[in-house]
Design a protein around this ligand. Structure first.
Ligand SMILES: [Fe+2]
Length: 633
């Protein structure tokens, strides 16, 4: 079994897989009250099998797999020759540089199980067997609690094993160790908008592992990941590394609970070695970086049908008992012929917005490629199955927009508690919070997704889960002022960036704290950057962070049933921002990471329609008492 392998050297060398082993261990998707989709990858074209035991099964349920060759997952020549600082060249490539034809996908859809039960599965490939437990979803009428975790922007890649991210200084950061301190020497420094800042104590990979360990310790029912899960959807070593952490030698989180994923901008990017965003390149076999990324994503991620062929896996709906997760594709606004396309260059200098000016959301979240260019590129022989026009515009009237409205209406009619996820946070004080026509726009702002707000509020969406600015932020928008609105999260702190709020005067050389906060997002309620001050103290004569600050983490969501005798109340939703706090010794070696909770846990009450309701003080008290008796985890 690969999970018995030990990583023993500082250079993080991996023992190469023997031919024919699991390439990706089994991982779970598409949870339902009667089953699950099981997916795994092997390095050879060898059929496997899955056996399931548990409630209602007098004898094990046994199903075979028919592997498919996933040619789009083959390494490129650029990946073969890539060098990564601190790693032995090619050591991260499965089979080594030049290896091809070693990605075989196995999918088995099981829908014959009982709701709300724990089962054991064993996947067998040759003489190898992989066993884990999983749970089926409850029904929407018979349930007590649902727990899930939302995290994004892991942007994992082999480089993450040695890279420490720049640690944007937030509130309290003035007390940090200096740029010539032992801390800075140990972990390094970076230049952020012209200012020298510390790097985070954990590598991105170590940060991801620790964060996932916390997730695992809480045993959630499923994991929601709104995008940027790999550092390049078109970068195969990124996908290999993602699954090493989630269903491989570094961790087994997704072998035990299903993933519900959305595409982010990194999933439509192929990284430099494979042509980036280019739609006319020889660097990858599809001659199209965005398509290469999306096709790899669709090889690994399989979502329930959304009723379209072209847009399969882009946007989708999963019901988990009383909870509905609606996933949207926010990666592109644009239609053939140029409609909805936008870019910063459309707004000449002198006409651009400045400061807190805002004139509207805009129509596009990227300026890196157009739909026409995406659709025009040729596809090489052998890759014909990827030759379709799969981009899905999100603007009003689009196929995706109409689908979203239909699903929201249907979920509301069914009394579901609804969460929406997509990558580009519509409301953000961070890097990507500015519209395309603002002078400081990143060219990837999430504001176009604000167009959905009225729809979300109308249909009583409880919360929207996004990433992209990599900040950990909560915003609250209540358009009609009735006290009930929608909470929007940026949960993009799972493993990569730990960014801060946008500041004005972002020019080289200026001292970081002489730059005022831009405060572009008037709906912001909380950020880890500004609401959770770093607390530095001398511990054994060494300056240590003892609490607060920006760290890797995730949002934990608990939906708990309340006695229907308490007024019209039906459920309580608790949204808890969790962070993985590193405890260091006096030489700044990592002792452990601790699960800690930021000071912005919020509680929403839900009525029998599945809508969030205002919380009168007395009602809240009654509900609290009722919950004490019902809380079971
Ligand atoms: Fe992003």
């Amino acid at each position: 079994m690969r999970r018995s392998l030990m990583i023993v050297t500082l250079s993080c060398a991996l023992t190469p897989l023997a031919w024919g082993e699991f390439r990706v261990n089994p991982y779970l998707q598409q949870p339902s009250s009667d089953g699950m989709l099981f997916t795994w990858f092997t390095t050879t074209n060898t059929p496997g099998s899955i056996q399931i035991t548990g409630p209602g099964l007098a004898s094990p349920l046994s199903l075979g797999s028919s592997p498919t060759r996933e040619i789009v997952l083959d390494y490129t020549t650029g990946e073969d020759v890539q060098t990564i600082s601190g790693l032995s060249q090619g050591s991260w490539l499965v089979g080594g540089p030049g290896a091809r034809d070693n990605n075989y996908k196995h999918s088995v859809d099981v829908r014959a199980l009982q709701p709300g039960q724990t089962y054991t599965y064993t996947v067998t490939q040759g003489d190898q067997a992989y066993t884990r437990e999983f749970r089926t979803a409850p029904t929407r009428t018979d349930w007590q609690s649902v727990r899930f975790v939302a995290m994004s922007d892991s942007e994992i890649e082999p480089l993450a094993r040695t890279q420490r991210t720049q640690w944007a200084p937030g509130a309290g950061g003035q007390s940090r160790p200096a740029a010539d301190s032992a801390f800075a020497t140990k972990f390094g420094t970076a230049t952020l908008n012209g200012a020298t800042v510390l790097r985070y104590p954990l590598t991105e990979s170590e940060g991801f592992k620790r964060n996932l360990n916390i997730v695992d310790s809480r045993n959630p029912d499923f994991v929601v990941m709104p995008g940027d899960i790999v550092q390049g959807g078109g970068y195969q070593p990124g996908w290999d590394e993602f699954f090493r952490h989630q269903a491989g030698e570094f961790g087994d989180n997704l072998s035990k609970r299903p993933l519900i994923a959305a595409m982010g901008n990194w999933e439509v990017f192929a990284t430099g070695v494979n042509g980036g965003y280019s739609t006319n390149t020889e660097a990858n076999p599809l001659n199209n970086g965005p398509r290469f990324g999306r096709m790899k994503y669709k090889s690994y991620i399989d979502a329930p049908s959304n009723g379209t062929d072209d847009h399969q896996d882009n946007y989708h709906r999963v019901d988990y008992g009383p909870v509905t997760i609606i996933t949207l594709d926010s990666t592109n606004g644009g239609l053939p012929g140029g409609m909805n396309e936008d870019r910063r260059a459309n707004y000449p200098a002198g006409t651009k917005l400045t400061g807190q000016q805002y004139t509207g959301p805009g129509t596009d979240t990227q300026e890196n490629f157009t739909v026409d260019a995406y659709n025009a590129t040729r596809v090489d022989a052998g890759y014909e199955r990827y030759d379709f026009d799969d981009l899905s515009d999100f603007n009003p009237g689009s196929t995706q927009w109409n689908w979203a409205r239909q699903q929201l209406a249907d979920a509301r009619a069914a009394g579901q508690i609804v969460f929406v996820q997509f990558h580009h946070a519509p409301y953000s004080d961070g890097e990507h919070g500015l519209p395309m026509n603002h002078a400081a726009s990143s060219g990837q702002g999430g504001t176009p997704m604000r167009q959905y707000h009225s729809m979300f509020e109308q249909f009583g969406v409880a919360a929207v889960l996004s990433g992209h600015s990599e900040m950990f932020e909560r915003s609250f928008v209540d358009e009609n002022g009735d006290g009930v609105g929608v909470n929007y999260y940026d949960v993009g702190v799972s493993a990569d960036g730990l960014r801060g709020e946008r500041r004005v005067n972002e020019v080289a050389g200026a001292d970081f704290y002489t730059r005022e906060l831009l405060n572009y997002n008037p709906f912001s309620q909380w950020t880890a950057d500004q609401s959770e001050a770093e607390q530095w103290e001398l511990v054994d004569g060494v300056l240590q962070l003892v609490d607060g600050g920006k760290h890797y983490g995730h949002l934990e969501v608990n939906v708990e049933r309340i006695s229907s005798e308490v007024g019209d109340l039906f459920a309580q939703i608790t949204l808890t921002p969790v962070y993985s706090f590193p405890v260091l010794d006096s030489e700044y070696n990592l002792l452990r990471t601790e699960r800690r909770v930021y000071g912005d846990e919020i509680v929403l009450l839900v009525n029998a329609d599945g809508r969030v309701v205002p919380e009168p003080a007395t009602l809240g008290l009654i509900a609290g008492v009722a919950l004490l008796a019902l809380r079971r985890r």
